[in-house]
Write a protein that binds this ligand. Structure first.
Ligand code: FES
Length: 404
């Protein structure tokens, strides 16, 4: 049964953030989802940002697996190239002297605002104008970005519906004095719907965190975050660590409590149910600001680690990876990712975010148990254990056999 028209209209008339624009540097090709649509986001050499359906119109292969060609994306399968902007095919390698066929990738409207790439599900020409978010328009940190005014947080994936996440955030209020370096004792959150952005304000008003909700697919929501406020260069790691902890605590609480929270009503003023977010562990040195930051392992092994039984040691130890197709075995050293180890041996696996968020490097596991460290797979997919994100995930067993 289809979604009720009123909800469909509402979705098509809202703009949603997809990723931090800084993630598009270095010819990155970013793979993400919005309301069940697989999208590829990339920036051409002239600076134009593109949001496209992640599917080659020729044979349907994901364009996020392809190659950045400056002003075009090239599909990995048959090499068809598609122009930035229009998405029109410009070149077919099998017929180099013939005119390109009149086909184009499906494109989506794009706005780059407040450090994020936004899109709207309405087709070109029918998309409503981007509705500025007053709270952000007046914020100097976004209007004149500078090193000392904001700190990006790592996007987290939440196994809960976006309406539930938005509702829960609107009621978000907790005492985080236990780990607040500024000794703030109170924070509140309020929504700025329909753009689905939530702002949290500390009682000292020195720092705020903007949460941006991205409805990915059924039961899966991405939550982006930016901490705003004056930040000395020497404080950046501490500030980032502190707010990332909060974001991770929110994710864990939302996943645990989503079944008991009601979806947000259309007017956004449903009875608010405060989200119970327990204080996280006291601050330690920001040495944990590494790739594993979003999944810190607490003493109990429960904080953010969806494969916690394997523990921190297993996350960092060396192991072997057998490659079933090439019949090779490579060693993955402690502290080195599987993706990097493969590269070191001349084996390329498509990748994009390299933070376990976008799903591009998903690789089939034939034997062994992966130690999942990503934010892309659902709980069910993790439990199945037949695939992994090689950019961040490791092995819980002595060896892994991958379909490579
Ligand atoms: S490259 Fe994005 S999940 Fe691995």
């Amino acid at each position: 049964m289809g979604r009720p028209m009123a909800d469909k209209d509402r979705m098509e008339h809202a703009w949603f953030a997809l990723c931090d624009v800084d993630q598009l540097g270095g010819q990155a090709i970013y793979h993400t989802e919005l309301h069940g649509n697989e999208l590829v986001v990339w920036r051409a050499e002239d600076g134009a940002v593109n949001v496209w359906e992640n599917r080659c119109p020729h044979r349907g292969v994901r364009l996020s697996l392809g190659h950045h060609r400056g002003e075009a994306l090239q599909c990995q399968y048959h090499g068809w190239q598609f122009n930035s902007g229009s998405g029109a095919c410009r070149f077919v390698p099998a017929h180099p002297d013939a005119a390109a066929p009149p086909v184009a990738v499906k494109t989506w409207p794009v706005e780059v605002r407040y450090g994020f790439v936004w899109t709207c599900l309405a087709p070109f020409g029918e998309a409503p104008p981007f509705t500025p978010i007053e709270e952000l328009e007046t914020d100097a940190a976004f209007n004149a970005p500078s090193e000392g005014q904001h700190v990006r947080l790592r996007t987290v994936a939440i196994d809960a519906p976006s309406e539930t996440v938005q509702h829960a955030l609107a009621g978000y209020c907790f005492d985080h004095a236990h780990f607040d370096p500024w000794q703030s004792t109170e924070c509140v959150a309020f929504d700025v719907a329909p753009n689905a952005v939530m702002i949290e304000q500390l009682d000292d008003a020195a720092h705020r965190v903007v949460f941006v909700v991205q409805p990915a697919r059924v039961g899966r929501t991405y939550l982006h975050g930016v901490a705003l406020g004056p930040v000395a260069l020497t404080e950046r790691l501490t500030v980032q660590w502190h707010h990332q902890q909060r974001l991770n605590a929110l994710r864990d609480a939302l996943e645990q409590q989503s079944e008991h929270l009601q979806p947000l009503s259309r007017d956004g003023v449903a009875d608010r149910q405060p989200l119970s977010v327990p204080p996280t562990s006291p601050p330690v040195q920001p040495v944990i600001l590494q790739r594993s930051l979003s999944k810190p392992v607490s003493a109990s092994g429960s904080q953010g680690d969806k494969n916690s039984s394997a523990g921190h040691d297993a996350a960092d130890r060396a192991f072997d990876v057998h490659l079933s197709r090439s019949r090779r075995t490579i060693k993955v050293a402690a502290g080195v990712t599987v993706l990097q180890s493969l590269r070191n041996h001349g084996i390329e696996v498509p990748s994009s975010c390299e933070q376990g968020v976008c799903g591009t490097c998903r690789t089939r596991v034939i034997e062994g148990t992966p130690l999942h460290r990503d934010d892309f797979l659902t709980a069910q997919e993790r439990a199945a254990g037949d695939c992994m994100m090689v950019c961040v995930s490791r092995a819980a067993t002595e060896t892994l056999t991958l379909d490579l």
